[in-house]
Design a protein around this ligand. Sequence first.
Ligand SMILES: Nc1nc2c(ncn2[C@@H]2O[C@H](COP(=O)(O)OP(=O)(O)O)[C@@H](O)[C@H]2O)c(=O)[nH]1
Ligand SMILES: [Mg+2]
Length: 321
Amino acid sequence: MAFFKTIFSKLKHGLDRTREAVVSGIRSMLLGKRLDEQLISELERRLLSADVGVKTTRRLVDHIRADFRAGKMERGDQALEYMKAELKRLWPPADRELHLAPEGSPPTVILVTGVNGVGKTTSIAKLCRTLRDQDKTVLLGACDTFRAGAVRQLEIWSERLGVEVVKGQQGGDPAAVAFDACAAAKARGVDFLILDTAGRLHTQDPLMRQLTKIRGVVSRQIPGAPHEVLLVLDATSGQNALRQAEEFDKAASQNGAGGGRGVTGIFLAKLDGTAKGGIVIAIKDVTSIPVKFIGVGETPEDIQPFDPESFVEAMFAAENG
Ligand SMILES: Nc1nc2c(ncn2[C@@H]2O[C@H](COP(=O)(O)OP(=O)(O)O)[C@@H](O)[C@H]2O)c(=O)[nH]1
Ligand SMILES: [Mg+2]
């Protein structure tokens, strides 16, 4: 399935800030230069400051240092090529696709979760837009009943995108909205049901239980659902995003609701708003949850599938390349 396609220019543009702040520095530091100990230490510092993460940075730099000392690597260009190749290999090919309902038994249910303000509703609009472009029918469920204006925000997007929303009372039970949305999705035979949930603080236990409850309702209504639990993270929040990934994964897999699977994928929003695009690599270091999508702007078109090859190329691309 390839609903989502990389558009390289958009991806590259989305990573402008990361590239300008850190990576173009690394490029110009290495290209055409001879390696020495000082250059290698500087490389290490810059990788860390792009939030690449300690583990991967250490692995890359240790290898370059060892090869340099053994006389096997002399030029900065070689170090750059080595890093790109290694980074591309970090992510196994499996499991970046959207998990779908079995052939012939729609709907595919996507539960979208994450802390307030990270970009959940916007990311849903993006998913919705791409699916609509592929002639898929989509229904939205507004399970964020806590925040005033949340339902309205989803409705505004849905009107623009031409999809319907199932909603409940403000302050009502989100699980009840999930129930109604599942019933409506089945009755209408839509291909996809996307549920927007309230911004749950990962440290607030009752809110986590709420998520578990929604999962339970969904799985009883539609066996095998939710097929995908997408955690939206805000790339601009750095280390905080990493902690959220760990906490959500733990909490969502407790109690066994919905088959006991935790978060099945990450939607990393606002990559365009940060110079620390290396966070994608750090996420890989601390959790086994695959990043499936990245957000590179505020409009419904600003979505990209996460593809390691394109990502690394875009991150290390020459400014005019
Ligand atoms: N630059 C940028 N802004 C984004 C992106 N995704 C969301 N936003 C903005 O982040 C803010 C919060 O988004 P929203 O979807 O309401 O977050 P929610 O509270 O998690 O539903 C809004 O101003 C969005 O326009 C993105 O990929 N890039
Ligand atoms: Mg929202």
